[in-house]
Design a protein around this ligand. Structure first.
Ligand code: GTP
Ligand code: MG
Length: 455
């Protein structure tokens, strides 16, 4: 079974004599880490170990030489390719160090040797200041590392030569910890020893203690950071997809709304055009016909035929769909426009009746008008529900008004007796329920014309 390999770039930051070389030599022998390395790294490690086994401390690294090391370790079921540089500590405070050595390292080791206590206060302070400045710069970097470990090396000396200086030393460590905290770094402090407790500082003896811990911790921090990033990435993707879906949905909904609104606007402007330009007085038939055609166009033909041009039969979903009226507000508006349109057709019809009656009275030729009237009421305008609810009483009122006009005309005194007849007919009309109404209205129309013709 092959395991995933993870690359993990580290940077060990340590001033001259910080213990970088010794630490790297000890790392190869650290407990719990089964390390393998490439040839160059292997040779480098071997060289250090040979020196330490002599026993001698390695010589300070030469400025200008940077060794790129890669260790492979198995940790938590994963293959980790751990890479970092070994270099001369002198370059830490030189320009270009962070760019050339730290680069985009995900984990940082700030290496502090207890041997710093051998230096003057000024030198100690300058090293701590250098670390503080590095921490601040890294915190602002676009490649801000995931975690920083303060590794205190040569801790064996805290139990021997530096017993009395422990407090001072941890004061320095605390300064670094506070700065890391302030700069929002995930950080940890690890106390390690490469040599075990030495009786003679000049005679090293490799006995690594806790060396593996900061490395493992940094690998863990990086792994959980990657994991969080993945989850975040997944969430972001889901959020982006959901956002796109909502956006497209909104665009679609707006588009559908826009189409519906446009259809209503077209309908209104068509009606408006006929009302503005039509000639109700001189060309009534065209005027009314144009309006009626618009009404007919509004419904699907099947709906229109089924309702036999019944104008107030509510439109079906099918009619609405055809007009892209999916929003209740648009449907209501549409119903309102249709009602207005129907009212306009009614008004035109009443106007026509009025004209016909006037014409009949003037020419004493009621027979043609009667047929026309009947035709208009019974065929052209099969009003169905509206016929019973509105049109019939409206017509009765209209006819009654006609009669009333005659009644008060002094020259038409004979009409008075017909008026009461009409009143009776009218009351029959108003009280009329479905069924007899067609018969009644026709009879009454006939009566009215008879009466009128007699005048
Ligand atoms: N007692 C003790 N001393 C240590 C230990 N590690 C390092 N030292 C001391 O620290 C000195 C410097 O160690 P190096 O590893 O050479 O330091 P470096 O950071 O590589 O220094 P440069 O190569 O000059 O940058 C050694 O010569 C030892 O005196 C340790 O674990 N125990
Ligand atoms: Mg060195």
């Amino acid at each position: 079974m092959t395991m995933d390999s993870k690359n993990f770039k580290l940077a060990i930051i340590g001033h001259p004599g910080a213990g970088k070389t010794v630490l790297i030599g000890g790392l190869a022998l650290a407990k719990g880490l089964s390390l393998t390395y490439d040839t160059a790294t292997g040779e480098y490690v071997k060289r250090i170990q040979n020196t330490l086994q002599k026993p001698e401390w390695p010589a300070p690294d030469q400025k200008g030489q940077i060794d790129h090391l890669t260790f492979n370790l198995q940790y938590n079921g994963k293959n980790v390719n751990l890479s970092f540089d070994s270099y001369a500590g002198e370059i830490v405070d030189e320009a270009g160090f962070l760019k050339n050595v730290v680069g985009d390292a995900k984990g940082i080791i700030l290496l502090l040797n207890t041997g710093i206590l051998d230096l003057s206060d000024i030198e100690q302070e300058s090293r701590i200041k250098s670390f503080l400045s590095i921490i601040k710069t890294l915190a602002k970097s676009p490649n801000k590392p995931v975690a920083v470990a303060i590794v205190v090396t040569a801790c064996d000396r805290l139990e021997t030569q530096f017993q009395g200086k422990k407090e001072k030393f941890f004061g320095l460590v605390k300064e670094l910890e506070d700065c890391l905290e302030k700069n929002n770094f995930t950080h940890g402090t690890y106390l390690v020893t490469v040599t075990g407790k030495l009786e003679d500082q000049n005679s090293p003896r490799i006995a690594p203690e806790h060396i593996e811990e900061p490395f493992q911790w940094l690998i863990d921090q990086n792994a959980s950071h990657e994991c969080r990033k993945k989850v975040q990435h997944g969430l972001n993707r889901t959020a982006i997809i959901a956002g796109c879906v909502v956006f497209l949905g909104l665009i679609f909904a707006l588009g559908v709304y826009g189409c519906g609104r446009y259809n209503l606007y077209s309908l209104e402007s068509e009606i408006g055009k006929i009302k503005r330009n039509g000639d109700l007085v001189n060309d009534w038939a065209k005027y009314r016909n144009d309006l009626f055609n618009i009404r007919a166009e509004q419904c699907t033909s099947s709906h229109f035929n089924k309702t036999k041009h019944s104008r107030l039969k509510p439109c079906s979903e099918k009619c609405w769909k055809e007009k892209m009226l999916f929003y209740p507000c648009l449907k209501n508006e549409y119903k309102g426009i249709l009602e207005e349109l129907e009212k306009e057709i009614d008004d035109a019809t009443y106007h026509w009746l009025d004209l016909q009656m006037d014409r009949a009275i003037k020419s004493n030729d009621y027979s043609v008008s009667k047929d026309d009237l009947k035709n208009c009421v019974t065929k052209q305008q099969d009003l169905s529900e509206k016929y019973n609810k509105e049109y019939l009483p409206a017509k009765a009122t209209f006819l009654a008004n006609e009669i009333t006009d005659w009644k008060y005309d002094s020259d038409l005194s004979e009409l008075k007796k017909y008026y009461s007849e009409w009143e009776e007919a009218k009351s029959a009309l108003e009280g009329n329920e479905q069924g007899n109404c067609d018969k009644d209205i026709n009879a009454n129309i006939e009566n009215v014309f008879k009466k009128k013709s007699r005048i």
